[in-house]
Design a protein around this ligand. Sequence first.
Ligand code: BTX
Length: 328
Amino acid sequence: MKRKVLEALKKNKDIFISGEELSRKIGVTRTAVWKHIKQLKEEGYEIESISRKGYRLLKEPDTLDPNALIIEIGSNFIGKHIYHFDSVDSTNTIAKKMAAEGAFDGTVIIAEEQIGGRGRLGRSWISPKGTGIWMSIVLRPNIEPTEAAKITQITAAAVANAIRKATGCEVGIKWPNDIIIHNKKVCGILTEMGAELNSVNYIIVGIGINVNVDIKEFPEEVKKIATSIRACVGKEISRKDIVKEILLEFQKLYLDFIENKNIKKSIDICKKYSVTLGKQVKIKNRDKEIIAEAIDLTEDGQLLIKNESGEMQTVISGEVSVRGITDY
Ligand code: BTX
């Protein structure tokens, strides 16, 4: 109901809408309307109320209010169901639990803060309160487990496009899972999966973005390699606008994959914004380390490299540092 009141106010932004009209449109009493308005005000919405004129929405808070996001995205798939938490261990962990308990394909979990945010290989991801986007998407694609890495490329493409659109920041993609600004990490992607031998039960794609995060507060070793969107733009940026763009872009590229069985559109974006291709790279995979030239991305999103003896080979995943670009 609260979502319906908010939706009506958002549709009539800057215009008064009477309590009577709201109660008629939504099908609740005027007292119920008043209660929802009071709640919205407590959540930070600035709503003017004048007797005989009604209510008018003046300003929305930059919270990641799932009601506002659901209204703005208007999606019937990715982001149709959004769960918002104040503080969690890790949104990926919550998403996995929800997926195992039957959460819908396309469910989104967002938290204001993660106290056990995770990176790859057991590393941690710093996720301070109220300043970043810490979010996971539950997916149930009908694909082979070996195809899961494609989801990381789709996500990288969606996030890069979305940040560029919403903020104007010229982000680059460092294969396979980093979005960078001026050679520093602004976003990391963590793709995890629940699968049988031949079939995927669910895939969780976790996205962490330093939007208005104060990097000065980070530990020394992370400070050196991290940046924020605020540092790029020079002012605070709406997290909601970025989330909205990401979910819309992701839905477009993901559906293209599901419907057309290829990720060409995503790979083209990953190539266009790649900071890896054409550079000398060091790739760590378990206990092996290769120095090579990054040549291209294959149609499956693997990295095609030319190793030191001149042989071409493909790499599915790994730790990549790009010479002269990123030291991490
Ligand atoms: P990664 O293993 O590629 O990167 C982890 C490394 O990045 C850390 O070891 C540290 O050096 C550095 N780092 C940690 N925190 C930050 C930060 N806030 N900004 C920049 N660099 C940082 C990347 O793993 C994947 C990260 C995914 C995070 C999302 S958030 C939502 C979801 N939930 C969750 O627990 N993880 C994902």
